[in-house]
Design a protein around this ligand. Structure first.
Ligand code: FES
Length: 314
């Protein structure tokens, strides 16, 4: 099946390594910014999903409105005000985008860099627009404004590709409650889980991180990190938490809470029990999420052999 030209270009951009050296330098610089706890706030951990898409509404909305006013005779002054509002809001939105961008996969950072360049160009063009308006050159101010809107439109299109096609801001653990059945799953004998060491198992094809505490308590979380699906079972376990090996998100073992970003969503957690020397786990459903069984009843296609998959997962 043929691919349209735009998609072909975007896929080619993902594969193009020419800016990789610059990307590496920039990501190091962004990670080194002394943001402290503000970094997680900029990721959107408090919101439960990335905050950058929310923040860009202000500049995009202001600039779009300015363009409409520029088409309306006698509204140049109001349009100039909106251009300024958009420029003031663009900085914080860009910072939030940058901290997200610095924790992405290579292909995502390539698209993200061009997204940022387009938006930076837009800010420059709107800066020129504002300057022209302030110095009485309204026609030039409008022209720069429309060029800025074109650039920000290109940036938005790339942002959409980054968010949806490349799933850069999605919760990569969202599907777990829809795939895992409601019942208990036997995942191995107790002695298969050395104390303090992360062990990987699977239930209903979903990888699960299992950790046995020194005192004998078992914890189980979905293994693929909600940030970008990193393998938590290859991470570091300490102080009742696990740190993702890919970008350092930290999740509490007892309930999957994301103690530290960049992950903005918690990990699905499992209840655990020991029956006849075997460890069993069952997905905890505190939020009323429908189970795989309920999803099937509601019309989701049934996976062949799913029900036979319960039990020892590895
Ligand atoms: S995949 Fe990025 S922090 Fe886990």
């Amino acid at each position: 099946m043929g691919q349209n030209r735009m998609l072909w270009l975007l896929d080619a951009l993902e594969r193009d390594p020419r800016a990789d050296a610059a990307i590496d330098k920039l990501t190091r610089s962004v990670r080194a910014l002394p943001l402290g706890r503000a970094r997680d706030a900029l990721h959107g951990r408090w919101l439960g999903h990335p905050v950058h898409p929310l923040m860009v509404q202000v500049p995009i909305g202001s600039w779009m409105s300015a363009a409409v006013l520029d088409l309306w005779p006698g509204r140049t002054r109001e349009a100039g005000l909106l251009v300024g509002v958009g420029m003031a809001a663009a900085g914080p939105a860009a910072l939030a985008g940058a901290v997200d961008w610095a924790e992405l996969h290579r292909q995502q950072t390539r698209v993200g860099l061009v997204h940022a360049v387009a938006n930076t160009a837009a800010v420059g063009l709107y800066g020129a627009s504002l300057l022209c308006r302030l110095t009485g050159r309204a026609t030039a101010g409008r022209a720069y404004g429309f060029l800025g809107l074109t650039a920000v439109g290109l940036g938005g299109m790339l942002g959409g590709h980054l968010a949806y096609r490349q799933a850069s801001g999605a919760n990569h653990a969202e599907e777990v409650p829809h795939v895992v059945g409601e019942d208990w799953h036997r995942i191995g004998t107790v002695d298969e889980f050395p104390a303090g060491r992360p062990v990987r198992r699977a239930v209903d094809d979903v990888p699960v991180l299992v950790v046995r505490e020194t005192g004998g308590t078992f914890h189980a979380l979905a293994d693929r990190c909600s940030h970008l699906a990193g393998p938590l079972s290859e991470g570091t376990v300490a102080d009742g938490c696990v740190e993702c090996p890919w970008h350092g998100s930290v999740f509490r073992l007892s309930d999957g809470w994301n103690v530290r970003g960049p992950a903005t969503a918690p990990q699905p957690a499992f209840d655990t029990r020991v029956v006849d020397g075997h460890v069993e786990i069952r997905l905890r459903r505190e939020d009323g999420t429908e189970s795989a069984d309920e999803d099937r009843t509601a019309g989701a296609p049934e996976r062949a052999g799913k029900d036979e998959g319960h039990g020892h997962g590895n």
